[in-house]
Design a protein around this ligand. Sequence first.
Ligand code: ATP
Ligand code: MG
Length: 258
Amino acid sequence: MPIVHESEVIRPSSNGRIQPTLEVSNLSFAYPDGHQALHGVNFAIGAGEKVALVGPNGAGKSTLMLHLNGLLHGHGALAVAGLPIVKENLPLIRSKVGMVFQNPDDQLFSPTVFDDVAFGPLHMGYPEAEVRQRVTRALAQVDMAGFEERLSHHLSIGQKKRVAIATVLSMDPEILVLDEPSAGLDPRARRSLINLLRALPLTMLVSTHDMLLVQELFPRMIVMDEGQVVADGETAVLLQDVTFLEAHGLEMPVVGNR
Ligand SMILES: Nc1ncnc2c1ncn2[C@@H]1O[C@H](COP(=O)(O)OP(=O)(O)OP(=O)(O)O)[C@@H](O)[C@H]1O
Ligand SMILES: [Mg+2]
């Protein structure tokens, strides 16, 4: 796949407004079996913002995320870095949006860990030395240095999750879209992921059921339920509203009760 040049992509006409990094307008989507998973979803995320996406099982979080690099196509308008998500723009959009799927088995398809993490940079056309450097760096970022020659499909679930995150970090994305990145991680790996996400100066949308992670890392949260955004605001404020949380199947775990 050739390196995509920004001059070749389709851009919306400029109206003098600063474009948000991630913009979703009135997005609706039904799966082929007729299940309406998204109903008129709206939000915009600015450059450098770190936003949590929460909500009960089946709320539509993963479905929404799969629209953000064009894997699903609903009705409505989406844009990444000012680029509408249309077929012609997908190669560039996919180089900007690092998407980690909920299930790492959907992300890892090469024989070895090295091949999986090298896949993106190789297909972006980087020379071999640069690819190797990127793989080494990305694996170190997720504490998986030394796993290069291991077989991806024989890793434990938490190890797979970490390698899946490395497959997008190796591409140096501008935006991270992570679907439950801490699920299945042991406490040390979870802590290391939190430190990594805090240190990365990228725009992030991260879905999770880990409300302590939300509280610690994300100043803003978007709450989804039944395919709709039911709240979008300051995490510190929303987490205080016990009635609201309960109404949408959420709760803050009690910690430090001694
Ligand atoms: N391939 C599919 N075909 C039909 N319906 C689907 C499909 N995938 C998901 N759904 C349905 O769409 C709705 C939203 O699912 P989605 O996976 O987006 O939820 P989620 O918020 O990510 O949930 P979880 O917290 O369990 O990951 C659910 O009702 C689900 O059953
Ligand atoms: Mg999901």
